[in-house]
Write a protein of this length. Structure first.
Ligand SMILES: *Cc1c(COP(=O)(O)O)cnc(C)c1O
Length: 401
């Protein structure tokens, strides 16, 4: 008798309340006939971890249900999920139309990786529907956008993008990482395929790296082969952890959204803050759109621009160590990042200017702590000895439009 079988037998009539971790690279089967049935899908089962394993399957099913997807797939990272979504739908000579405010590595996929396979991308302002329509006049396979963009939190008009894409026989693919399925379900807004980096809010504890891909109908069918051939596999332990994160996602997301909304208001009244960017503020360029696309909350991400540029940012980080500088997001506790030197480090100065990413811009991933604790730590960071009067120019997203 195999070792796992002996362990299963020892349980008798009991069974674990929590699904076990199947930390095994390979499975054993009784004979060739069983292998055939599992391979052909006539019977459930597993053979090799890169192809499928129980922890990934459970997580993918949970997320597909939450997202309203007919099929789901879990990959080893958010980037893995994006590749698993996009690669099966493009071939040499095809075109992609993508938002010009994408996560840096996604932009690299379109500007540096896909062109080597003869796939070209046209970048557009996804908030300019006329520009999207014009770009789609040239036949395109994929229209790609993020529900809430990084770092300036521009909101995509998903229903309008879906209509424009479908008029032209094109797929709408949406990165929903910043919104999470708690705030927005892109498939319900008309998107064909959706992804999230589970490394962020959904995992929620900054201790795993995974991505989810979900799709309508059979659109995701080819992605499983892409994931297994390109080796985009998810680790069982990370999947196990992500289900634990998922159990509290709604609670965490609502708590973090409430904190972010109140923090955004409060930051507006701080003298060292030149500008606060949060889709829930009426001053945000996409506020009205956000109310439609994100009816359950405006997210846990906010940005603020400090007067005094880079030096003021350094001072904030040194004076407020309780808001750790950590270039990711979605942790239980509040963290900060500096888009200009992290996520957008290799973006040209002109493009940073276009997007409104200044030296003084800090991005906050607001956590679920007591708001008063976040505020008192933030206050330490915002304290300033008067700076020498020096004119600074602050690019605003409004000006960048
Ligand atoms: C982090 C992130 C990704 C990539 O996810 P990884 O898990 O880091 O590979 C993609 N899109 C957005 C918006 C992200 O924030």
């Amino acid at each position: 008798m195999s070792e796992p079988q002996r362990a299963a037998d020892a349980l008798g009539p009991s069974s674990p309340l929590v699904a076990p971790l199947y930390q095994s690279a390979v499975y054993t089967l009784p004979d060739l006939d069983a292998l055939d049935r599992v391979t052909d899908g006539a019977e459930p089962g597993f053979i090799y971890q890169r192809d499928a394993h129980p922890n990934a399957q459970l997580l993918a099913a949970d997320l597909a249900a939450l997202e309203g997807a007919d099929r789901g797939l879990v990959c080893g990272s958010g980037m893995g999920a994006i590749c698993a979504l996009v690669l099966p739908h493009v071939k040499q000579g095809d075109r992609v139309v993508a938002s010009n405010r994408l996560y840096g590595r996604t932009a690299q996929l379109f500007t540096q990786e896909l062109p080597r396979f003869g796939v070209q991308t046209t970048f557009i302002d996804a908030n300019d529907l006329g520009a999207v329509r014009a770009a789609l006049q040239t036949p395109s396979r994929v229209l790609y956008a993020e529900t809430i963009s990084n770092p300036l939190l521009r909101v995509a008009d998903l229903p309008a993008l879906a209509r424009l894409a479908h008029e032209r026989d094109c797929l709408l693919v949406v990165d929903n990482t910043f919104a999470t399925p708690i705030l927005s379900r892109p498939l319900e807004h008309g998107a064909d395929l959706v992804m999230e980096s589970l490394t962020k809010m959904i995992g929620g504890h900054s201790d795993l790296m995974l991505g989810f891909a979900g799709g309508k109908g059979d659109l995701l069918a080819k992605s499983s082969q892409t994931a297994t051939v390109w080796g985009l596999v998810a680790s069982p332990f990370d999947c196990w952890l992500a289900r634990r994160g998922l159990a509290t996602l709604a609670l965490r997301q609502h708590a973090a959204c409430a904190n972010a909304a109140r923090l955004a208001e409060w930051l507006q009244s701080q003298p060292s803050v030149a500008q606060v960017i949060y889709p829930g503020l009426s001053s945000h360029v996409d506020h009205d759109l956000a109310k439609r696309v994100l009816p359950h909350g405006f997210g846990n991400m906010l940005c603020f621009e400090l007067r005094g540029g880079r030096e003021a940012v350094n001072r904030f980080m040194r004076q407020a160590p309780g808001i750790p500088f950590s270039p990711s997001l979605g942790h239980t506790a509040t963290t900060c990042s500096h888009p200009g030197t992290t996520s957008h480090r290799y973006v040209s100065a002109a493009d940073k200017e276009r997007q409104g990413i200044g030296d003084g811009l800090i991005r906050l991933s607001v956590g679920i702590e007591e708001l008063s604790g976040i505020q008192s730590e933030m206050s330490k960071g915002l304290e300033q000895t008067p700076l020498a009067a020096k004119p600074i120019s602050i690019a605003s997203p409004r000006a960048a439009r």
